[in-house]
Design a protein around this ligand. Structure first.
Ligand SMILES: C[S@@+](CC[C@H](N)C(=O)[O-])C[C@H]1O[C@@H](n2cnc3c(N)ncnc32)[C@H](O)[C@@H]1O
Length: 312
């Protein structure tokens, strides 16, 4: 019997390709050889100005963690939220490669204030105005958070992954989770399971149990809403490939650039706040502290517009 997941657009597409005996475009025809060195552009400007300067189809992955107008900081205030958001959403879709994706962070709980937005507002806008397809709504579940008395304490945020087209790139093997030794032994004895699949590990599913950064986390560089490396790394590994370009136009702490350097992707990171430069310096210092002799080769270019070819 078909379960509801069989009606998911991603599953329908995969099943069609399987019936036609064609490989998923994810892994076909893409040169994922890690480059000898990667380039990381860091710019201070309004995201809409930067996006207008980028060519069509020039970016593989956009990590997008926008402000939601909840007055968390001076940058978090807009008159008509969805009118503002629609300007960068339209440009984001244009600059994505056909194999590309955008991962939009957000919550469903920021409603009520005049002019505020939340992920529901963005999802319903995209449903009406975009040809991109919702591939997954990822639930980022964490154990640490605020307490509550009048409702269940919130322990998740969402990440909406939209694919530009049906030919989106997705490398599941790059993000599989190893089975623990006992489960692996049991599964390897199970004749119904293929040993090579067991060796690869499990699909991490769309519920990601990754702790939020606490106040004393060694990852912290000072930005108030810095996301954990582990969350960004899973997106970068699964939805982009070595040598492709990752864009983050609400870059905040610069965490996406650090992950891109480590994962041998090029990056473009942009924020309206000039503090991005200092945050990125701290990210790079932390990275160099931790990577020992295995230092990736990279170049950081500040305040220079990237010259990314269309279709990269
Ligand atoms: C939620 S934070 C991003 C945090 C980031 N993902 C991290 O993990 O560090 C949103 C960021 O958007 C930036 N921002 C707000 N409005 C902007 C705009 N119009 N253009 C570019 N950046 C903007 C803010 O300065 C802030 O750093």
């Amino acid at each position: 019997m078909a379960n509801r997941s069989h009606h998911n657009a991603g599953h329908i597409g995969m099943n069609l390709l399987r019936k036609q005996r064609r490989a998923h475009h994810s892994l076909a025809g893409i040169d994922a050889t890690p480059p000898a060195s990667t380039t990381h552009h860091v710019l201070i400007r309004d995201c809409r100005d930067l996006l207008k300067a980028l060519p069509d189809e020039s970016v593989q992955l956009i990590v997008c963690d926008p402000p939601y107008n909840i007055q968390m900081a001076h940058w978090d205030r807009h008159g008509d939220y969805i009118d503002w958001a629609s300007q960068w959403l339209t440009q984001a879709e244009r600059v994505l490669a056909p194999t590309g994706s955008i991962a939009i962070f957000g919550g469903l709980q920021y409603q009520g204030e005049a002019g505020s937005g939340d992920l529901i507002a963005i999802l319903s806008h995209l449903r009406e105005h975009s040809a991109m397809r919702l591939a997954n709504l990822i639930v980022w579940n964490y154990a640490n958070g605020m307490s509550a008395q009048r409702f269940f304490a919130n322990r998740h945020e969402e990440i909406a992954w939209f694919a530009k087209s049906r030919a989106y790139y997705f490398d599941l093997d790059a993000v599989r989770e190893p089975y623990d030794a006992r489960t692996k032994r049991t599964y390897l004895k199970d004749k119904r399971l293929r040993p090579e699949s067991v060796e690869k590990g499990r699909n991490p599913t769309n519920v990601w149990r990754i702790p939020r950064l606490n106040a004393n986390s060694r990852e912290r560089v000072g930005h108030p809403t810095q996301k954990p490396l582990a969350v960004i790394r899973r997106l970068v590994r699964a939805l982009s490939y070595p040598g492709s370009t990752v864009l983050d136009f609400f870059a905040g702490s610069g965490v996406t650039a650090r992950v891109a350097i480590e994962e041998r992707r090029h990056s473009i990171v942009v924020d309206i706040d000039p503090q991005l430069h200092a945050y990125l310096d701290a990210q790079v210092a932390n990275m160099l502290d931790e990577c020992g002799d295995d230092r990736p080769a990279f170049e950081v270019r500040r305040d220079v517009l990237p010259d990314v070819p269309s279709g990269r």
